[in-house]
Write a protein that binds this ligand. Structure first.
Ligand SMILES: NC(=O)c1ccc[n+]([C@@H]2O[C@H](COP(=O)([O-])OP(=O)(O)OC[C@H]3O[C@@H](n4cnc5c(N)ncnc54)[C@H](OP(=O)(O)O)[C@@H]3O)[C@@H](O)[C@H]2O)c1
Length: 339
């Protein structure tokens, strides 16, 4: 076992778009398990947009407890137990945990983020994707919030990311038309090719979102899975059908603004189109995760769900990879891999 554990510390609360200097790497001894504890060596860790929100000072707008300067960056990880004094965990067990941006973590076996994983069901990194938080978000945001019916049009913003890439595929499995937007031509080609989206467009090349939506969703939009907010959502509201259902999953276009935009100017459309707009946090569905795990694992096995990962190597690469993900450099799930 190496003698040190490298980890990433948040130095300050970022202002606007974060910078690499908002983070620092430090080395500490690998933790030793006390009675009832075990140590996990991380194989992969997850980089997610919600982490940006956690880096802000405490606010009534936050949906999860933030972190303070000087603390290890929070986040999900998968790995194997290397030392244990816990009755339920043995050396070699594969686990998903909320171990943070570091090479090793210490656990006392509690917390809903911690569970043993079966590397025979899917590759270990899938537990940070299809079988992890992004997959659960796509599954419940679409099926429980949007409630799509066969033949309906599901439109997804942020459609080539960790969550969005599953939303379109699940929509197709459920017999819907899937349409999405993403920020590069390559991402759109992946969506409309391998992922099976019926149509898509590069929003960075579209001057007029409303006109583009007319073109790609000629029958209007019945379900909108919103990952980005802002100008895209403004245009989608105008193209929604009667009784449209809108799941507010994320608002990434807003996360790095110094002040929130004035918003929504189009609530009258909720009235005349009798739309339902509902925000959700995936942990609302914690009790139903087994149902989603079973479906997602089956679809993976049948080849109905595919995924891509964008992988940065080593803990030192995490800050730059995180900024890259916020900038759209990832396709599918952004991970950090440890040797
Ligand atoms: N409600 C929940 O419980 C929950 C759970 C998980 C995630 N989320 C939210 O779901 C969304 C997607 O998360 P994810 O993990 O799947 O991330 P992701 O899509 O894998 O990565 C973030 C992507 O956002 C896009 N983006 C960045 N700035 C943008 C902007 N100004 N306008 C439009 N797109 C922008 C980039 O792709 P492009 O190249 O396409 O720009 C980037 O690749 C996020 O908003 C996240 O906060 C919510």
């Amino acid at each position: 076992m190496p003698e040190t554990n490298k980890r990433v510390i948040m130095v300050v609360h970022p202002v606007g778009f974060p910078k690499e200097s908002d983070f620092k790497i430090e080395e500490v001894p690998v933790p030793e398990p006390g009675d009832g504890e075990f140590v996990v060596k991380h194989e992969y860790m997850s980089l997610d947009p919600y982490m940006r929100g956690r880096m802000n000072p405490p606010s009534k707008y936050a949906y999860a407890e933030g972190q303070l300067p000087g603390s290890v960056m929070l986040g999900g990880s998968v790995g194997r137990v290397t030392a244990s004094r816990h009755p339920d965990y043995s050396e070699g067990d594969a686990v998903a945990t909320y171990g943070g941006w570091q090479e090793y973590c210490l656990s006392d076996g509690t917390g809903y983020h911690l569970y043993k994983i079966d590397a025979d069901v899917a590759a270990i990194e899938a537990y940070l994707g299809a079988l992890g938080m992004p997959g659960m978000t796509a599954y419940f945001g679409l099926l429980a919030i949007c409630e799509p019916k066969p033949g309906e049009t599901v439109y997804v913003s942020g459609a080539a990311g960790a969550v969005g890439s599953y939303v379109g595929q699940i929509a197709k499995i459920k017999g819907c038309k899937a349409v999405g937007s993403a920020g590069t031509d390559d991402k759109v080609a992946w969506m409309t090719g391998e992922l099976g989206y019926d149509a898509g467009f590069n929003y960075k090349k579209a001057d007029d979102f409303a006109a583009k939506l007319e073109e790609v969703c000629p029958d209007g939009i019945d379900c909108y899975f919103d990952n980005v907010g802002g100008a895209m959502s403004d245009a989608v509201f105008g193209h929604a059908n009667d009784f449209a259902r809108i799941a507010i999953c994320g608002q990434i276009s807003q996360y790095n603004l110094k002040a929130p935009e004035l918003g929504p100017r189009n609530l009258v459309l909720m009235l005349v189109r009798q739309m339902r707009v509902e925000g959700f946090i995936v942990t609302r569905f914690l009790d139903r995760y087994p149902e989603a795990h079973a479906d997602m694992a089956q679809w993976l096995k049948e080849g109905k769900l595919i995924y891509r990962t964008t992988v940065a190597e080593g803990i030192e690469s995490a800050p730059a990879a995180f900024l890259g993900m916020l900038n759209g450099e990832n396709t599918g799930k952004q991970l950090v891999k440890f040797s």
